[in-house]
Design a protein around this ligand. Structure first.
Ligand SMILES: Cc1ncc(COP(=O)(O)O)c(C=O)c1O
Ligand SMILES: N[C@@H](CCCC[NH3+])C(=O)O
Length: 413
């Protein structure tokens, strides 16, 4: 589902021309479509139908309060990985009773705050972390609900930087050690087992690794239940991929069929932790051409969005489509689209065929709703982008460009 379309040669977010937003707010600016955000959530939710499930939107993909608020309003839970994300979910009035907490390096302070806030469960990633959680639970006079994140040693067949389910990865406890660890946990007074969790990686475009991992984890869940552990939840993580260029990830329906086929018979309530698939194609980054530059071997187009605004191309050589905000006619030439940051990896698109844009032309960097703003930094003392949410014919700034550290803004005032 895309809510970004050309109407009479101008690119729109729903019914708002992106050019109008750029004129009013400036660039670089992230623009999100509310219809796409809510639509993606509803389609995934529907795909799992009557099977007991809870969608816990993965906050790291896009932690903008307006986005979290939208999902909270639709009854979503949340998957968090830090005290900061916990605070954001609370600020957005998210339900703590539907929130799960993952991550290999939770501090005891973060655990204590999450426990006090009434979190649904902690996804524990090591034996020592389990001991720390036990200590936190005992100190609070409660049993902290937990699931072990197990590492099924399955190759997710995605970019190696975002693959998490191999035994060489830092994530989760080794599959073979899980049963013994649950047995140890039974003797602890500060924890109670409530689930089993796994997440094999992000931007998954095939169902086979999902099937392989979940078969192992569903087997483990059944074994633990048979041993009398009072488990209720099977957390299958996130990872469903999206189309950036020509990828053909499974549809939500196909994904749900694959999952439900494997977990049937466990009697578990499913927890899903989708991030990218809900927000990725619901957002674009608007940027303006500053200069064109002809080097001996290459044509460069310098734009005002850099790797501090969207780091995915620099970090993973990720592909993002670039659409001119006003449709251009003419012959395409091969250009490198680069940002202003002083790093050679600050390249938004390499050898991309584009009609050579004019200075001042606007582009939309597509599929930028996930891991865009949430990974943005102020490197080179650049302010992070503004953010806009569009709903039908209306739009509003949901986060201003200005930040405390934006000295440049004050310098000019
Ligand atoms: C534990 C966990 N859950 C959920 C996600 C969300 O993944 P995605 O955005 O690929 O759906 C991630 C990120 O890879 C993760 O590490
Ligand atoms: N940040 C990554 C995905 C990592 C997922 C988090 N475990 C991306 O942009 O694709």
């Amino acid at each position: 589902m895309t809510s970004f379309q050309y109407k009479k040669g101008a690119l729109h977010a729903e019914s708002v021309p992106l050019g109008a937003i750029a004129e009013a707010v400036g660039t670089p600016t992230y623009v999100y479509s509310q219809a796409a955000l809510t639509g993606h959530f509803q389609v995934l939710d529907k795909a799992f139908g009557e099977s007991p499930h809870l969608i816990c939107y993965s906050v790291k993909a896009n932690s903008t309060l307006a986005v979290l608020g939208l999902f909270a309003g639709m009854g979503s839970g949340f998957d968090i990985v830090s005290g900061g994300e916990l605070a954001r979910v609370r600020q957005a009035r998210g339900d703590m009773g539907k929130t799960v907490f993952a991550g290999v390096g939770k501090t005891q302070e973060e655990m204590a705050r999450a426990l006090a806030a009434g979190i649904l469960l902690f996804n524990v990633e090591s034996a020592e972390e389990l001991e720390a959680l036990d200590a936190v639970g005992r100190q609070a006079g409660r049993r902290a609900p937990f699931g072990l994140r197990v590492n099924p040693d399955v190759d997710a067949r995605t970019h190696r930087y975002i693959s998490t389910g191999l035994k060489t990865s830092k994530f989760g406890v080794p599959f073979e050690e899980a049963v013994a660890l649950y047995a140890r946990a039974r003797k602890m007074k500060g924890v109670r087992a409530l689930g089993v969790d796994c997440h094999i990686g992000s931007q998954l475009t095939r169902t086979a690794p999902v099937k392989a991992a979940l078969s192992k984890v569903a087997g483990l869940y059944a074994e633990l239940k048979a041993q009398g552990h009072p488990l209720e939840y099977l957390d299958i993580g996130g990872g469903l991929g999206i189309t950036y260029a020509d990828e053909t990830p499974p549809s939500p329906q196909e994904y749900a069929r694959t999952v439900l086929e494997v977990v049937k018979g466990t009697g578990a309530r499913l927890i899903l932790e989708p991030g990218r698939s809900l927000v990725g194609n619901a957002g674009v980054l608007l940027t303006r051409v500053l200069y064109r530059k002809q080097a001996p071997a290459k044509t460069f187009v310098v734009v005002d969005a850099g790797m501090n605004d969207l780091i995915r191309p620099a970090l993973y050589e990720a592909h993002h489509a670039l659409l001119p905000v006003v449709k251009q006619r003419g012959k395409a030439v091969e250009v490198d689209v680069v940002g202003p940051v002083c790093e050679s990896t600050d390249v938004l698109a390499r050898a991309r065929p584009l009609v050579l844009p004019r200075q001042g032309a606007l582009f939309a960097v597509m599929s930028a709703g996930a891991y865009g703003m949430s990974m943005a930094s102020t490197y080179n003392s650049r302010p992070r982008p503004a953010e806009v949410l569009v709903e039908g014919t209306a739009w509003r700034v949901v986060r201003e460009r200005e930040r405390d550290e934006d000295l440049w803004r004050r310098e000019r005032a």
